[in-house]
Design a protein. Sequence first.
Length: 436
Amino acid sequence: MTKTHMSQISVVVGGQWGDEGKGKITDLLAQNMDYVVRFQGGNNAGHTIIVEDKTYKLHLIPSGIISKKATSIIGNGVVVDPKVLLEEIEQVKGQGIANPQLLISERAHVIMPYHIAMDEALSGHQGSLAAGSTKRGIAPVFGDKAYRNGIRMGDLLEPEIFKEKLEKAYNFNKAIIEKVFGLEFNRELETIYHEYLGYGEKLRKYIHDTELELFKAFKFGQQILFEGAQGMSLDPDHGMYPHGTSSNNVAGYSEVGSGVGFNTRKCVIGIVKAYVSRVGESPFPTELHDEVAEKIREEGKEYGTTTGRPRRIGWLDLVQVRQTVRTSGLTEIALTKIDVLLDMDEIKVCVAYKVDGKITEEMPASLEAMRNAIPVYKTLPGWESFTEGLKERVKTGGYDQLPENVKKYIKFIEYQVKCPVKIISFGPERNETIFK
Ligand code: GDP
Ligand code: IMO
Ligand code: MG
């Protein structure tokens, strides 16, 4: 297909704080894939894909579903809210995907109503250390997984086992919500039991041994693309802990969250937005509070797909991207939303932080350091707006047709983070993309 795709296994990961345009790039690459696999996260993710006159908003179903060619897999590392998934299946059916080619791992954990109640309670409790969660029950469901207290998709098909597990998990969670947090949890166990057995029945035809399916696909030489959700700084190990999410999103997790040890060289594509956005709470060294932020938020339509919250905005942070290159082993970068930085005299890029008077080019682990980090900027010249004429020239003529200052921006990033930019996105539409 393109110069990008030379590996049987490819992984798309978020290089910043999520919402970099992973859905758009996944959809584009999915045109040549046999499988597209989500391997972590849940419906805290929100991916918007625009193809011709249709806008698709996906939270759980892999963005590959739109291609109609690839089989979409929700892997064991994903947490599934079955009610949300059923609604999403209906939504894509209504948008012309009559027979979604979708498989869900039996081993994927289920988000239960008490997880959502617990998420609300936890966020209040964490105060200044909260991440500003999406309130979808993500931290509590991963908590139950680690406590070995969780319900898995396959359990919804086994009424006896489900009852045995649910009684334990329900009582555990209800007690914490009520006795620790002093809140009420009024949902009856019996009602939840029957409701979720019902979801299991409706989803039965999709629930599958996806780990074996992917292993066989790999052995048969089929093309597999992993679609990461969230982004580097939200990773619970490598991100800005505790201001992140609860499942790893670095590329290495693709094997854990899909159940296949591929043991082959992967193509790992880090999606990096030309500036930074952040939904939720954490230190954010390059955050802007002025009219530049407002302009970028409006031009870039920076409002959350999942919660509708206005996204916080800042200059591109290469300390963050450098960490993504390192922790995910990026083989290339897809730079998105360069069209949003239009008509600016100058654009700033953070190349290092100053912490306690010392310059560092690498992301500190310390929360104290992050709270005090002062960005060190390089200033680069801006570029004109991406008019329809310019977009057409770039679509037909490729990289050479980009404004000179965009090319300078790209070269600067490549030099700073030591990773090539191979995909450039200059609009939300599938075809507003070029390969370098
Ligand atoms: P994801 O979570 O990484 O998949 O990203 P989201 O879908 O949450 O947010 C990215 C938003 O930017 C979506 O509304 C996309 O349609 C849009 N988008 C993606 N790439 C581009 C681009 O290059 N230019 C512009 N203007 N919009 C883009
Ligand atoms: P996509 O896939 C942006 C953020 C939340 C919060 C923190 C923890 O669309 O890029 P959680 O609900 O996971 O417990 O919230 O993580 N967050 C995201 N921010 N994009 C996402 O996904 C996100 N998923 C979670 O805002 O700060
Ligand atoms: Mg998103």
